[in-house]
Design a protein around this ligand. Structure first.
Ligand code: C5P
Length: 226
């Protein structure tokens, strides 16, 4: 059974908590930079008080000491899962893992907003970079540095699942229940497809946050992957 993480991409903490209160049985939420910058750690406390697990998706990429301190403070807030960029390198990843304690770290590899061309330009390669091989290479670096989870698009999930092995989590956004709107997700997968590709945690935002009856959509997704 995979876990369903609801991305609280809502404008205010109040709106986020109202949604949480409308979702019986909710187990996991994701808080991103917009909501965290606006609401700060107080929102994390409110969410934890409601008994949900918190995925803090700030995608840290900085010098090792800074990322380690951020991880330590997130762990103190009882955040359950947080993201780091594999491109931060081995020293940064190892420092973060050492500081994180019970907080599990998930590595992001190549942002899905990149094209082969834009990624090649960013990392200084002549010609286009091969994105899938970069995703796999960075996933290996992250695993070798001790992270407990990898984030991947559905498109690359099967390849990343091989690198992750059986004990690490595979966190997959870009999930769309059968027949729902794709929004800006270009290569979405259904919940079942994502699980078949190896996902252990599905990240779902707008299909739930924008639904007229969010509890029903959440329940359907949970049932599809249970
Ligand atoms: O609304 P939607 O289901 O598309 O939301 C997906 C969530 O996952 C958003 O919070 C988005 O930032 C995040 N995400 C993503 N694609 C990635 C990485 C993260 O959609 N490649």
């Amino acid at each position: 059974m995979a876990e369903v993480i609801v991305a609280l991409d809502l404008p205010t903490g109040r709106a986020a908590l109202q949604l949480v209160d409308r979702l019986p049985g909710l187990r996991w939420v994701k808080v991103g930079p917009v909501l965290f910058v606006r609401e700060g750690p107080a929102l994390i406390g409110e969410l934890k008080a409601r008994g949900v697990r918190v995925f803090l998706d700030l995608k840290w990429h900085d010098i090792p000491n800074t990322v380690a301190e951020a991880a330590r403070h997130a762990a103190a807030l009882q955040v359950d899962l947080a993201t780091v960029h594999a491109l931060g390198g081995r020293a940064m990843l190892e420092a973060a893992v050492a500081a994180a304690g019970a907080l599990r770290l998930a590595a992001v590899t190549v942002l899905t907003s990149h094209t082969a061309e834009s990624y090649g330009e960013a990392v200084g390669r002549d010609g286009d970079a091969e994105v899938l091989s970069e995703v796999v290479r960075l996933a290996r670096l992250a695993v070798g540095s001790g992270v407990g989870a990898l984030v991947t698009s559905p498109h690359e999930a099967a390849a990343v699942a091989e690198v992750a092995g059986p004990d690490r989590w595979l966190v997959v956004p870009g999930i769309r229940p059968e027949g729902s709107e794709a929004h800006d997700q270009k290569r979405a997968a259904t919940p079942r497809e994502a699980v078949a590709a190896g996902a252990t945690h599905l990240v779902v935002g707008r299909p739930v946050t924008g639904a007229e009856r969010p509890a029903e959509v959440y329940q359907e997704i949970c049932e599809a992957v249970s």
